[in-house]
Design a protein around this ligand. Structure first.
Ligand code: LR7
Ligand code: MN
Length: 574
């Protein structure tokens, strides 16, 4: 979620209440491999839950451990129970330097056990749920793709899966190496995983294919009934898997995501994400988290432990029935490196008869980074635009205009051949994007109905209304028209709002045009075609060119029929 610096809203809102740390003092003496000794791997028995004050099963763990060259696990060690790690003073310079390698605190990650303990974060209603016996649930292959991932985060992902998944449900783990260049991810990795108690394989790609094609490569080898995709820096928590598989067991066309909790990139603290958040997107086709609307809370019957239908998914962590994955068109092989595949799959699944859920009883942590650490052959913007164009061209019908209006330069760039993807859409008899907006995502930033989409140009001064990248509560701007889309693109919606990207609509406050959040429903304007006036519905006042005291902002005042209150909306649809 960190590829482009524009995209800063990746993390979910954190829970306000602080996480109650469980008593880890009596936590049973689990053993941890002393990696460089004889390399024996200790995997916690998944049947053993984190019960405080549980007596160690081994009579003399310390003596045994010594004999075998393994050390006693210290449950109060760095990061245990999801706590933040603090770097000793004498390693802080090193930590700062190594941060650049993966764009997270490598030293902190190295200090934490690969088997780190985590509290059971589930809400009580989830803990009380009973699922069909494991023998009746489908099993899963877990596919993890990586490019130059850090050893510790990759293996901690693997250990957390093995430690916290019922063995019967975990068919195998497939690690797809997307042409990594790091020594330890070669033979050493193969030797390490060969000793794990669950079938784990590395599949290598000689060439850098990007995460989308790497996932396809992994999926091809998967033998489980379900495929679960995870990023290479995750930690699965207690009970994460059963609720995901259960939804697929009930409905094989359900594509299910856990709640994605935050593992801090600096301290590796495990911070729970909200269960009241779902996935959406803005006009630039950036994935965004938004609050779940009341409508969906009602559909869930007010029970937060019921899965939430979500318009889109983050993309990195989800389970899907293996056959259904292929039936519904797997992934678009024409997409490169990173980005967009999550929206593509979300649109496709919904429009072609499936569902996308966030299963709130399943929680998996993910290390969120601010920037991406790896190379982007050909450039970040080129890759993301290429992938996004493939989505909008195949799936968005006339609504692709939102993307192109805001990024006019992208129109002229090539995105390859999408005829196969269009044929897929035909073959599956998928519904329209308008259907998706109306039925799945009426709260979308893209109004289903709109009369105009483009710039709002003043007749007298030829200046354009500009959001100036401002936020709600701030003043509306008025500057020279630049014709480059971006902050000068507004939709005049069917509900008479003047909306720009990311939930910003024009309203007035104390005789000043200001931005408000569109979802308040406020800020309605009549555009009078005959007179070219933009008239505020409530106050009956007209929007005008800049006043004498405020050069870079439109004015608002009694309608006077002057040319300064006349506006041209581009691309009117009537
Ligand atoms: O060329 C590459 N080859 C790869 O194998 C580039 C990346 N990768 C691997 C990489 O090592 C990692 O395991 O692909 C995985 C995802 O890459 P990240 O972790 O750098 O990306 P991210 O977490 O910022 O990306 C989010 O958006 C991506 C869009 O393509 C994918 O859908 C990621 O899976 C997705 N991650 C999540 O959904 C986790 C939650 C983040 C949010 C919101
Ligand atoms: Mn990631």
């Amino acid at each position: 979620c960190a590829a482009n610096s524009v995209n800063t809203n990746c993390k979910q809102e954190h829970h306000e209440e602080s996480i109650k740390q469980q008593d880890s003092g009596g936590f049973l003496g689990k053993l941890l491999p002393k990696e460089e000794s004889n390399g024996e791997i200790f995997i916690a028995d998944p049947a053993i839950k984190y019960i405080p004050k549980l007596k160690p099963k081994h009579k003399k763990p310390q003596a045994d451990a010594k004999d075998k060259g393994i050390i006693q696990r210290v449950p109060t060690g760095p990061g245990e129970m999801g706590k933040p790690v603090s770097i000793p003073l004498d390693r802080q310079a090193e930590a700062k330097e190594k941060f650049k390698i993966n764009q997270f605190n490598l030293v902190a990650s190295e200090m934490i056990s690969l088997n780190r303990s985590l509290p059971d974060y589930r809400m009580d209603a989830c803990k009380r749920k009973s699922y069909p016996p494991n023998s009746e649930l489908p099993d899963t292959s877990v596919v993890i793709v990586f490019h130059n991932e850090a050893w510790t985060t990759l293996l901690r992902t693997v250990h957390s899966i093995i430690n916290r998944s019922p063995r019967e449900l975990l068919n195998e783990i497939l690690l797809v190496d997307d042409a990594s260049e790091r020594e330890e991810l070669g033979r050493k990795l193969e030797e390490y995983i060969a000793r794990l108690p669950v079938s784990t394989r590395v599949i290598r790609s000689e060439e850098r294919t990007g995460l989308i094609r790497a996932r396809l490569k992994g999926a091809k080898e998967a033998r489980g009934k379900v495929i679960t995709f995870l990023d290479a820096h995750c930690e699965c928590t207690e009970g994460w898997l059963e609720p995901l598989l259960y939804e697929i067991h009930k409905d094989r066309t359900a594509v299910v995501c856990p709640i994605i909790d935050v593992i801090g990139d600096d301290t590796f603290e495990y911070i729970t994400g909200s269960d009241m958040t779902w996935g959406g997107f803005n006009w630039k086709l950036n994935f965004r988290w938004y609050p779940v609307p009341q409508r969906e809370l009602d559909r869930r019957g007010g029970d937060r432990s019921n899965p939430t239908k979500t318009p889109t998914m983050a993309g990195g962590l989800f389970s899907i029935d293996r056959d259904y994955f292929y039936e519904v068109g797997s992934y678009d092989e024409g997409m490169d490196i990173w980005g967009g595949e999550n929206l593509e799959m979300s649109f496709r699944v919904w429009m072609c008869g499936g569902k996308v859920y966030i299963v709130t009883c399943s929680r998996v942590g993910h290390v969120f980074r601010k920037t991406s650490p790896y190379s982007w052959p050909g450039g970040v913007a080129r890759i993301i635009n290429h992938n996004t164009q493939r989505i909008v061209e195949v799936w968005m019908d006339e609504y692709k205009d939102f993307f192109y209006k805001i990024n006019p330069g992208v129109r002229s760039t090539s995105y390859g051949d999408v005829s196969e993807r269009k044929a897929l859409r035909e073959k599956l008899h998928c519904k329209s994007f308008k259907w998706y907006l109306e039925n799945v995502y009426p709260e979308s930033q893209m109004p289903v109905e709109y009369h105009a989409l483009g710039e709002i140009r003043n007749k007298a001064t030829s200046q354009c209304i500009d959001s100036m990248g401002r936020k709600s509560g701030e003043k509306v701007g008025l500057v020279q028209c630049h014709g480059m889309g971006g902050n000068q693109v507004f939709a005049y919606s069917g509900s008479k709002q003047l909306a720009t990207d990311d939930n910003l609509c024009i309203d007035t406050s104390y005789n000043t045009p200001v931005f408000i959040r569109c979802d308040t429903g406020k800020g309605q304007w009549d555009y009078v075609k005959e007179t070219l006036e933009i008239k505020h519905v409530n106050s009956k006042q007209c929007l005008g060119a800049a006043g004498p005291n405020n050069k870079d902002a439109p004015s608002i005042g009694p309608c006077d029929g002057s040319i300064r209150q006349k506006w041209v909306l581009t691309d009117m649809k009537w």
